[in-house]
Ligand binder design. Structure first.
Ligand SMILES: [Zn+2]
Length: 239
């Protein structure tokens, strides 16, 4: 009967390995999805700083236009000085010129300040673009690595599935029935080793009757969790 115990132990190992492989199979695409989400975030950030830079440059253009038209106005007002009809008109023109010059001086300061900001945004835009590109490069590398890993995992799964089928053939038909029922509902959790008198699946003690049956080499289900139980290797070989 220790042959069955041996078989159950092997089947449990294969089921666990398969479950582990399937989990790894899902992990790759999840990692890629996380990288893609990060790229979307970086792309939004890069667009935002780029828009900001564009807005600053537009402000510069606007202010430069204002400055130009104000300078033209000064030229025009200076031209009128020679044809002023009265001293009062002359004084008024001078005041207007002074006013425009004041405006121009403020505009020139503002333009200078904006130019500094344009320089600053250039660096920010470059950094954001660099980060985005780096993330894209990393995604491509990950894609290749995941694809390769998936291939290996698929190969291992196929091999283990074959091994599983071969091992299942070793089960007597009555045990096979129990095994099929528990594995179809519990998967890799269908079996558990007994540690002392404790089921390692649910950590509850099994009844003395069940333990005796196990020692006698019978196939036993845990009365608490319903897992198929098997003895540890050293005990099983002693029976
Ligand atoms: Zn149990």
């Amino acid at each position: 009967m220790s042959q069955i115990v041996e078989t159950l132990r092997t089947l449990h190992r294969i089921h666990r390995q398969l479950a582990d492989l399937r989990e790894r199979m899902e992990k790759g695409p999840r990692q890629l999805a996380a990288r893609e989400a990060n790229i979307s975030k970086l792309s939004v950030a890069a667009d935002a700083v780029s828009e900001q830079a564009k807005a600053t440059r537009m402000q510069v253009d606007q202010k430069e236009l204002q400055l130009k038209s104000s300078e033209a106005k000064i030229v025009e007002l200076r031209g009128k000085l020679n044809t002023a009809a009265s001293n009062r008109e002359y004084q008024a023109l001078l005041e207007q010129i002074a006013g425009n010059e004041m405006t121009n001086s403020v505009l020139a300061d503002e333009i200078l300040e904006l130019f500094e900001r344009v320089d600053g945004t250039k660096a920010t835009v470059a950094t954001a673009a660099e980060r985005l590109q780096q993330a894209k490069d990393e995604l491509e590398k990950s894609r290749a690595a995941v694809a390769e890993a998936q291939q290996n995992i698929e190969r291992d799964i196929t091999r283990l599935q074959g091994e599983l089928q071969e091992t299942e053939k070793l089960l007597p038909s009555d045990v096979m029935e129990m095994y099929t029922r528990t594995t179809s509902s519990k998967g890799d959790d269908a079996m558990a080793q007994v540690d002392g008198v404790t089921c390692t699946g649910c950590f509850q003690q099994i009844t003395p009757n069940r333990y005796n049956d196990l020692v006698l080499g019978r196939v036993v289900l845990c009365q608490t969790c319903g897992r198929l139980l098997y003895l540890p290797e050293d005990l099983a070989s002693a029976t």
